[in-house]
Ligand binder design. Structure first.
Ligand code: F6P
Length: 545
């Protein structure tokens, strides 16, 4: 952080100290307008952030921190196509992929919108032709199963969105996702499928990722064995920035969907990487997903900081990470169909802001991105919420809930809503000694039992959470939610002064795996590694006989 930001960070600490003595239950008791004062909307999406350890003075200090970090300048630079991904010398322009306006969107002086629209038109045609049966398998059968082969950003976004939008899918066109190099995943997927009716999409920005290329080669062999080598071109499509490599794999030109180096892998679900989503839900719904993200972009770009959802969520994250030292952040959707949303956000957030040096390459002397984790409620309540309520670590949490379910199954949704409201209330209020004693006394327990049980039954409370509530999980709302979190990551990366758009931290493991593979395969001697790796390799070979 620049020195003025550092001093603002110190100011934040002063606010923290002040708020240390002010439990949230007291702040709520003193201010009947707290919900109104600390909730904001973007379109149909409401963020209630009143159950946080904040007051107006603390929020003002956070907004000042954003301004000191020139958040507004950096946001402008991103949307102007500047190469803010400095270590890879690239623009960061995923917002162009969902841009609904009619102005040019320029990178290096060139309007990228004609290219974006051309790929979208290609996706639309392909999607409708697969869905209506114009495009068929090599034997003339309609496609009933689409297998996306990709990993990281070429998997997590599409799989998350396909699950989230299940009510918009068709039972006669099923989606499958294979990402892991562990053959178990491809094996178990293929076992259920008929090659004559199966289409594969090989999705890889680089078209060199080992896991994806290994799975794609095995899938190709599966098709060729069943239907002959010529069938491959009828059963494969590809999405990549590396068009030459797609061609070399044997993909037909009209089944190759391109995108560009200014789209980061974890920000690519809006590009042709979203093709399996478009196939699953239809192109109109995919377009609505893009339009929902555009709505959030407009909110992010145009709304003043004090009313800006991604800014507020980003700043609260910085507040807890740097002023309070909370190391993790939970995302808890009370929406079963968002079951992969936390996993998707893990890549989006942790690959972006899990950084140890600033933009100038200097070591950070403050913490950057937290660990992101989560599971859908109410399952989490019966698993890890114990720690969130009574553990020694404080875990700030985001709760997500739709007002309307897709299915008419009373009383399920009412119970879901009651639970999400109860959890954030319980985290905030806690349960005092007096309350526990009164409860146990009312239950008729004797004094000794009350004394013994009371500490176990007390809840510290004062545990922060945000609640996001929306009318229904539609394609547009999903688009808005995903874009909201993308921009939150941008806000935090700006304050921490890190490059949120590279990911060098994934390279070392890849390099070492390449070097170790021949030793696993037994074509190279087990030498040169550390004693642990050597010992494990030797034991592995022993187990393999
Ligand atoms: O894990 C590293 C990474 O480069 C991610 O950023 C990316 O989403 C993933 O690998 C897959 O890369 P590709 O789409 O090039 O296969």
């Amino acid at each position: 952080m620049a020195s003025n930001r550092k001093s603002l960070l110190n100011t934040m600490m002063k606010h923290r100290k002040r708020l240390d003595d002010q439990p949230m239950r007291l702040l709520f008791a003193l201010d009947p307008n707290r919900f109104r004062r600390f909730s904001v909307s973007a379109g149909d999406l409401l963020l209630d952030y009143s159950k946080n350890r904040i007051d107006e003075k603390a929020m003002d200090a956070l907004f000042a921190l954003a301004r000191a970090a020139d958040f507004e300048g950096r946001r402008k630079a991103m949307w102007a196509g500047k190469h803010i991904n400095s270590t890879e010398d690239r623009a960061v322009m995923h917002m162009a992929l969902r841009y609904q306006g009619d102005k040019p969107v320029k990178i290096d002086g060139r309007d990228v919108m004609p290219d974006v629209r051309e790929v979208l038109a290609h996706m639309k045609l392909f999607t409708s032709q697969v869905r209506d049966g114009t495009i068929r398998g090599t034997t003339g059968e309609k496609f009933t199963d689409i297998v996306n082969i990709g990993i990281g950003g070429s998997d997590l976004g599409p799989v998350m969105a396909t699950l989230a939008l299940a009510p918009y899918t068709r039972p006669d066109l099923r989606s499958h996702y294979v990402s892991n190099v562990d053959g178990a995943q491809l094996h178990d997927t293929l076992q259920r499928l008929d090659p004559k009716r199966t289409m594969f999409i090989v999705a890889s920005k680089t078209f060199t990722t080992d896991e994806t290329m290994t799975n794609a080669a095995s899938a190709r062999a599966w098709v060729a064995t069943a239907l002959g080598d010529k069938a491959v071109s009828d059963h494969f499509a590809a999405v990549s920035t590396n068009l030459k490599a797609c061609d070399a794999f044997g993909i037909r030109e009209d089944r190759i969907f391109g995108f560009w180096d200014w789209v980061g892998g974890r920000y690519s679900v809006w590009s042709a990487i979203g093709l399996p989503v478009a196939l699953a839900v239809g192109f109109d719904n995919f377009s609505a997903f893009l339009a929902g993200a555009y709505e959030m972009d407009q909110h992010f770009l145009k709304t003043r900081l004090e009313k800006n959802l991604p800014v507020i969520m980003g700043l609260l994250g910085v507040w807890y990470r740097n002023a309070w030292g909370f190391a993790t952040h939970a995302v808890l959707p009370y929406d079963q169909r968002l079951s992969r949303f936390p996993a998707y956000l893990q890549q989006q957030d942790m690959e972006s802001n899990g950084k140890q040096v600033n933009l100038e390459g200097k070591p950070l002397d403050y913490d950057s991105g937290p660990v992101i984790w989560g599971e859908p409620g109410t399952n989490g309540q019966h698993a890890f919420y114990q720690l969130i309520h009574q553990g020694t670590s404080v875990v700030p949490a985001d709760f997500l809930i739709a007002a309307n379910p897709h299915e008419d199954m009373a009383p399920h949704h009412e119970k879901l809503v009651a639970n999400v409201l109860a959890q954030s209330e319980a985290l905030m209020l806690g349960k005092t000694r007096e309350e526990v004693v009164a409860e146990l006394t009312a239950q008729g327990l004797d004094k000794a039992s009350i004394k013994a049980l009371t500490p176990h039954k007390m809840f510290p409370g004062n545990r922060p959470s945000n609640t996001l509530i929306y009318p229904k999980l539609t394609p547009a709302m999903l688009g808005s939610l995903v874009a909201l979190y993308e921009h939150k990551v941008f806000v935090q990366g700006t304050i921490w002064n890190v490059n949120s758009y590279d990911q060098w931290g994934v390279e070392l493991g890849k390099q070492l795996a390449k070097a170790i593979l021949p030793k696993v395969q037994g074509t190279a001697a087990n030498t040169g590694n550390d004693a642990s790796t050597k010992g494990l390799l030797a034991h592995y070979h022993k187990l393999r006989g």
